[in-house]
Write a protein that binds this ligand. Structure first.
Ligand code: LLP
Length: 463
């Protein structure tokens, strides 16, 4: 193995490696923290050679670095312990990638899990997550999903009147712990699809309903125990200011809830910390984010006479799982449109990473089997789907490539596998967890039979 190679403008691939190994905040690193170039000039993650991983597991392949995930969990957990004088609990927002192994690792690091559907509840429970550490969100929970949550003793984050009415009806025998999600009216700068805290949002109660909601909960305290309040302002946020503003609003509501007779003692500030997808992204560190929130809650509690400090919860998704993963593809066909561009197609695309086509998200890419090859070409990395917009990276700086070369796209752990599809009946990729030179499958590659699993052919159509 060789040390991190020197950076040269001819060789931009190297710029994507973390400068100082496993140090630093994972959300600031383009590559997983254990990424290295080995003596075969291949990209290595978690001590595993990416080229060998593809020989064994085929492509496309999600490669998840366990050390990066654990580092993120520990940094969140330790930062809240360091900066906050009260109790704290970090939850992993499993919408970013709900998977047994990922939930088990997060839980093993002391985190709880935020879930938003019956499927995510099932995954967290099957991963062995303790029900008292599972928080159930959603703006349109079905009765069955709420029953599942109540039966297992999860905390339900109530979002609307239907949640409240359904819970009162089903929680007769077992009083259910609830938190109230409110829309704080805080704007932040991110893609409009992933802003959630501004007033015109489908999530949470509008602030003008607060009194009525608290009165309803006080009236039904035999069935619903309101332990806390929740707000989430959006995702992929680089500014600290909106996160610093949120606690003041939450603490005001906490005071109101207590004066309505509710035993509110928990505040959940949601998730939202951004990650680095390209060199120009510059998110704050996990520690800076946690300190901003801890300080703001502490100050707001002091100002409003709230003693002792309430329990503080947060639920990051992207910043925990996003930086852990690279997606490795094999290069297939190429097409050069003279004087316009060269397209280079890989064996995946929008079905394994729908973020570029959905949010115009930018990604970087490296050549995993020839890391030191000079990046002297500008090419557009396209997917294999029948859709012109299926482009993963426009105008990437890459070496001259040929069929069979291996490309690796970093920062693909969040909202990639979890939003993947079978468009064009392309089977979803496998995922491997890498650690100390060992690779374990955490998601099996889909087969053609898997694709037909839910199709039904009525007898009268059988030939
Ligand atoms: N809590 C709540 C209530 C949320 O709605 C979300 C994300 C999170 C926590 C986690 O936020 P994070 O820490 O991951 O930013 N598919 C989009 C992102 C949607 C985010 C939805 N809610 C994307 O690919 O960018």
């Amino acid at each position: 193995m060789i040390a991190t190679p020197p950076i040269s403008s001819q060789n931009t691939a190297f710029q994507y490696l973390p400068p100082d190994g496993a140090a630093g905040s994972p959300n600031q690193s383009l590559m997983p923290l254990t990424a290295r170039v080995n003596d075969r000039d291949h990209l290595e993650v978690g001590g595993c050679d990416v080229v060998e991983l593809l020989e064994k597991f085929d492509s496309p392949l999600y490669i998840v670095d366990e050390a990066t995930l654990r580092a993120g969990c520990r940094q969140y957990r330790d930062a809240f312990r360091e900066f906050y004088g009260g109790e704290s609990q970090v939850l992993y927002a499993s919408k970013a990638w709900s998977n047994l192994a990922i939930c088990a690792i997060a839980h093993g690091e002391g985190l709880g899990i935020d879930v938003v559907s019956g499927g995510e509840i099932h995954t967290a429970l099957q991963a062995g997550v303790c029900p008292s550490k599972i928080y159930f969100h959603g703006n349109n929970k079905s009765r069955q999903e709420l029953e599942l949550a109540v039966t297992h003793g999860l905390t339900v984050v109530v979002d609307n009147w239907l949640d409240l009415e359904t819970l009162v009806a089903i929680a007769a025998d077992s009083p259910t712990r609830v938190m109230v999600r409110l829309t704080p009216g805080i704007e932040c700068h991110t893609h409009e699809y992933i802003q959630t805290g501004h007033l015109d949002s489908k999530f949470g109660f509008d602030p003008n309903e607060v009194d009525a909601v608290f009165a309803f909960l006080a009236q039904h305290r035999d069935r619903l125990t309101c332990t806390g309040l929740h707000a989430h302002i959006g995702s992929q946020i680089f500014e600290l200011q909106p996160h610093g503003d949120l606690p003041g609003v939450l603490v005001q509501w906490l005071v109101k809830a207590r004066s309505a007779g509710l035993p509110v003692d928990e505040l959940n500030v949601g998730g939202g910390l951004g990650i680095r997808y390209t060199e120009s992204d510059d998110p704050p560190t996990i520690r800076e984010w946690a300190k901003t929130i801890a300080d703001a809650i502490t100050a707001a509690c002091a100002a409003q006479g709230v003693i002792p400090l309430p329990k503080l919860l947060c639920e990051p998704g992207r910043s925990l799982i996003g930086p852990t993963t690279i997606t490795a593809y094999r290069v297939g066909s190429t097409k050069t449109v003279p004087d316009i561009r060269t397209y280079l197609a890989v064996d995946g695309g929008m079905s394994d990473n729908p973020r570029p086509i959905t949010y115009q998200s930018l990604y970087r890419v490296v050549t995993a089997n020839r890391m030191s090859a000079p990046c002297d070409r500008t090419v557009t990395v396209a997917g294999k789907h029948c859709e012109s917009g299926d482009v993963l990276i426009k105008d990437a700086q890459l070496p001259e490539l040929s069929t069979g070369d291996i490309l690796a796209v970093p920062a693909t752990g969040a909202y990639n596998a979890s939003m993947a599809s079978n468009y064009n009946r392309v089977p979803r990729p496998a995922a491997v967890l890498v650690s100390d030179g060992e690779a374990n499958l955490i998601q099996r590659r889909e087969t053609y039979s898997d694709l037909l699993r839910f199709d039904c052919l009525p007898d009268r159509l059988k030939g």
